[in-house]
Structures are given as C-alpha cells and as structure tokens.
Design a binder for this molecule. Structure first.
Ligand SMILES: NC(=O)c1ccc[n+]([C@@H]2O[C@H](COP(=O)([O-])OP(=O)(O)OC[C@H]3O[C@@H](n4cnc5c(N)ncnc54)[C@H](O)[C@@H]3O)[C@@H](O)[C@H]2O)c1
Length: 258
C-alpha cells in the first residue's frame, strides 16, 4: 500500500492519464483531490474513483478548478492545506497539443495566439499549481512533484507543432531546475515523457489517422503498440512513491522505446 494516508493533488484528474493515476493512488490508500475544469467529467469520475478504493482506506474528492486561473489555484491549495493538513503529492497533468484546432500546424501556420495558448496551457498551468504548493511542501520538508512532459519535448514529434514541442521541452527544463531548488527541502521533482497514449482526448485523433499512419507509428515503436493511460500512470506512481526517494530532476520516457 504505497500511498496509505498520503494526500495527493492531481490536476486534469477527471480523464485520461490523470484519472488513471488517481485510480491507482486511491486503490493504494491515498486521499486524492481530483482537480478538473469540467463539472460533468468530475461528476462521473469521482464516484468511480471512490469505487476502486476497496478496503484500502483510499478516498477521492473532486474540485472544479481551472489550473490556468491563479486565484482559483491559490484558493484550492489553501483549502487543501487547511482541510487535510498536508499535500504529499502533486501531479501536474493539465496540458497537451490539442488545445488549438490545428495541432499539427507548421510553425509558419501558427499564429501568435496559437503559440501563446499552447505555452500557457502546458507551462502556466504547471507553474501556477506548483507555485502554490511549494510553500506547503517546504513546511512539511517533504513532497513529490510529477510533471507531464511529452516525447514532443524530447526528440521528434510527428503529430504536434513546434509550439507544443517548445512547451514540453520547457516542462523538462522546469522540472530539472525545480529539483535543484527543492532537493535541499526534501522535495523530489520529476517528469514523464509519454508517446501517443490512447486517452479520451487522443483516441479520436488516433482513429482519424489512416491505417498506414497508425501502422507507421506502431512500427517505429519497439514495443509494437501505442500506450494506454495506465502505462503512464504506473510510472507516475513510481515517481510519486517512496520507491523513488533518491530520484530527482529527471524525465522518464514512457514511449515503448521510441
Ligand atoms: N495522451 C497523450 O497521447 C499524451 C502524450 C504525451 C503527453 N501527454 C500529456 O499528458 C497530460 C494528460 O493528457 P491526457 O491525454 O491524459 O488528457 P485528457 O484530455 O484525457 O484529460 C485532460 C483533463 O484535463 C481537464 N482540463 C483541461 N483543461 C483544464 C484546466 N485548465 N484546468 C483543469 N483541468 C483541465 C479536462 O477537462 C480533462 O478532464 C497532458 O499534459 C498531456 O500533454 C499526453
């Protein structure tokens, strides 16, 4: 039971990788504060998360918060610190390439507005929630922060724009620098870099691709499949658990070897 009595704040928790991570943590005893900006998804996800607790003592609570709104985020974190006394784990899962309507645009096709939207969606959300949580974790002299980068920030991204690559490369650099700042405070900061993962958001994009394009993606993946959300969640949980206490500042590729 790796997360017994741990308080975990997970953003983008009503769907996809965030939700799969929340499910593992609840099953292993955590109290998960599931943050999302979509009420309908939270209404569906939170009862389902409570169901997986079994006899673990794990709990789930939902919070309707926009991770891009500093006032809402600061209020969220102050409320959790007051009501639960600690925040042991932060998973920053808000982000992605599809927040603009032409995710595969070339740099020439991108507008400044597209660029700023992608940077804000991935980097501002991660910065704002982390910024609010740091004082709480410093007071505890412990904490685990896990950020969501992407293969797009690592090497070549075939399915997203340079703005998305820049944002996710930014997450990797932010993770490294933050680990340097917070290591002396007993706080670990790491990230994962997923490849294509069939979450609710990405599945329709995957299904729109031609069979040849899907086959090409699988062919360049040594494990010969694309990821499911649980593949990513398992590695996030490793980085959020005591099993990785001497690991900080790194980004783990969860890409089937791409
Ligand atoms: N799915 C992939 O193929 C893939 C690949 C690489 C990296 N990632 C990264 O993993 C993370 C999660 O992706 P996913 O595919 O699981 O996402 P998803 O779209 O399945 O789930 C995202 C959730 O975030 C919520 N959300 C959106 N904007 C929000 C905001 N401003 N505040 C709070 N909640 C908000 C949505 O309502 C949704 O429930 C992202 O950072 C993404 O870049 C995903």
């Amino acid at each position: 039971m790796r997360f017994k009595n741990r308080i975990a704040l997970i953003t983008a928790a009503a769907n996809g990788i965030g939700r799969a991570t929340a499910a593992i943590m609840v099953r292993e005893g955590a109290t998960v504060i599931a943050v999302d900006n979509h009420q309908g998804r939270l209404d569906e996800a939170v009862p389902a998360l409570r169901q997986v607790a079994g006899g673990s003592g794990g709990k789930a609570e939902g919070r309707l918060v926009d991770a891009l709104d500093q006032t809402q985020v600061d209020g969220l974190v102050a409320g959790i610190a007051r009501d639960f006394g600690s925040i042991d784990i932060l998973v920053n899962a808000v982000g992605g390439s599809t927040v603009i309507d032409k995710p595969t645009a070339t740099t020439e096709q991108l507008t400044l507005a597209d660029w700023q939207k992608l940077i804000a969606f991935n980097l501002d959300s991660t910065f704002l929630v982390t910024h609010a949580v740091i004082p709480v974790m410093k007071r505890q002299r412990s904490g685990k922060i896990v950020n969501l980068a992407s293969i797009a920030g690592r090497g070549l991204s075939f399915n997203s724009s340079s703005a998305h690559a820049a944002a996710k490369g930014g997450i990797i650099a932010f993770t490294r620098k933050l680990a340097h700042e917070l290591g002396p405070e007993g706080i670990n900061v790491n990230a994962i870099a997923p490849s294509v993962t069939l979450t609710e958001r990405i599945r329709p994009h995957w299904e729109k691709r031609t069979q040849a394009s899907q086959a090409e993606e699988i062919e360049r993946t040594p494990m010969r499949r694309v990821a499911e959300a649980v593949d990513q969640a398992n590695v996030i949980c490793f980085l959020a658990s005591a099993e990785s206490d001497f690991v900080t500042g790194i980004t783990i590729d969860v890409t089937g070897g791409v």
